[in-house]
Each structure stands twice: as C-alpha cells, then as structure tokens.
Ligand binder design. Sequence first.
Ligand code: ZN
Ligand code: ZN
Length: 322
Amino acid sequence: MSNEMRVKFWGVRGSYPTPGAETVKYGGNTSSVEVQAGDRTIILDAGTGIIPLGRELARTKRAGEILLLFSHLHHDHTQGFPFFVPAYMPNAKLHIYGPDGTHKTMKNVLERNQSSETFPLGLRDMASSKDIQAVRESQVIVWDEEGVRVAESSVGLSDEALVIHIHKSYAHPGGVFIYRITWHGKSVVYATDTEGYVGTDKRLVKFAKGADVLIHDAQYSDEHYWGQLDGLPATQGFGHSTVTMAGEVAASARTGKLVLFHHDPSYTDDMVADMEKKAKRLFTNSVAAYEGLEIVFRDENMSVELQTPAIHGRDVQYVQNG
Ligand SMILES: [Zn+2]
Ligand SMILES: [Zn+2]
C-alpha cells in the first residue's frame, strides 16, 4: 500500500459561501478538507467544499469507506452534507464522528438539518450505510487493518494504524473539536473555529506540538478583531482567531507548515493575500488556504515548495518528511 499522505483543501471560507469575482483566488466554499492516507479517505467537516469533493470521490471510485469528522455542528461545517454524493451510494460506508450538539445528539442535529420542512430528502433516504457516533476527548479514533473504530487508547496498535487524537477547545461558542491525525509518523492538526488567548492557547500548543502541518483558524485581521476598521465592530469573543494568534501557536508548537484557514466571508482575495504576507513575517512557513491547495508527504525527502495560489489550483506543495 502507498505510504503517501495528502491534504487537499476543498472549502476554506468561514461562516457562509462567497461566490463572486473577489473571492476567485482563494475560493468561496465553506470548510471541508480531505486527508488521503494511502487508500484511506478522511474528511474534515462538511461545509460546501464537500460537494465537489463528493463528486470527485465518486468519479475516482474512492467512495467505498469514508471517515467524516465534524469539528462541531455549526451550519458552515455541515451545510454541504445533504449534497454529498457518496452519502447516496448504496455501496458507500460512512463513519461520521464528532461532538454532540449542545442539547441534542449529533445524529439528531444531522436529522434536523434534513427534516422534511428544510430539505426534500431525509438522512434515512440517503442510501449509504452510516455509522454516526459522538466521540469524547478522551477517546481516539483508529483506522487500521480491522477498519474504523473508536478506542479508549492508542496503546498496542500496529504500525499501519492511522490514529486521530481529539482536543476539545472551549474557545468557540458551544465548544469545538480539534483533531490530530497521525500516520506513519506524519501528523496534521486541524484547528478551525477557535479563538486565541492573550499569551497563546497553551493547551492547543501542547496538543499541536511538532505537527508537520497546522491548519489554524485565521478569520480576522488584527485590525478587524480589535475594532480598528471603520464600520466594522470588534470581533473579540466571536470564537475566531487573528493571523497573529495562528502564527503564535505555530511558532510555540514548532509545527512544520502553518495553513491559515476559515477566511472571513467579507474578505476579498487581496485582503487574504495581505494576511498571508503578515503570517509569513510571524512564521515563515505559512500559506493561506485556497481551494485546490494540496500538501503532499512522501517517504523521500523533498523540499518545501511554495507556489502562487491558482484558481482551482493544481499546485502541489511538497512537505519534507522528518
Ligand atoms: Zn465555522
Ligand atoms: Zn463555528
């Protein structure tokens, strides 16, 4: 089996989708990231980015078994699911894991999103088999020779096992899960919808320590966050980070690459590009996520290649392993 691991960005926007001429470069779909580890497919969140991803999985016959992880159940992370093609394929098996809702189970929330009043097809009308489970921070999600499952610890697993650790952050209204996916010694941390603290989020820094890639919420420019822009109120307490906060976590946790994520829907491509420049000053190995960005880990050493964002980018960034 191939040991190649790929991270591909299909939706990088926060809050709501933003089509239009000013968001073409980075893209307007809401959060969804694909992690391909050998022949295993893991999807982080089901914003509208999961819609083109679903079509691609069906087209390339990779819609057999899929692990979908929800960071939380806010609608910009779930709104693409009713249009996710593999969910309608009878041979597809979906493991859907994430936190419970504040007052309802995760399954209840997904059912409500597709109630007859709000959507023509219910969750049960989707022909795939679905294993929907709320998981806890103390648990680990494992995908090894025995398949996908929730375990109480990662002790004694085989070298082939893909392991996902969970960190529950309270720095977002209702709480959010941050995931660390580890496979063959490479690791990717997905930390969206989280607000930094003065002096850095130390629990997150510990959780993300040494990760090869840190995908971090960077919704706001510092000026916006602190209310220094005309006509825009301060956003402190909204549960999202600034570029500075993201850069501080990456630097303190000594991660490999930092990927700025969950761009504010009101920001144009030029504004996101400015934020990327600022991030690079704080943490050299930074990139602002764009639709089509791919980060690839291979066994052989490869140098990091930064490329200009492109529409539906076919650019690939190679990350040095080890
Ligand atoms: Zn969000
Ligand atoms: Zn949210």
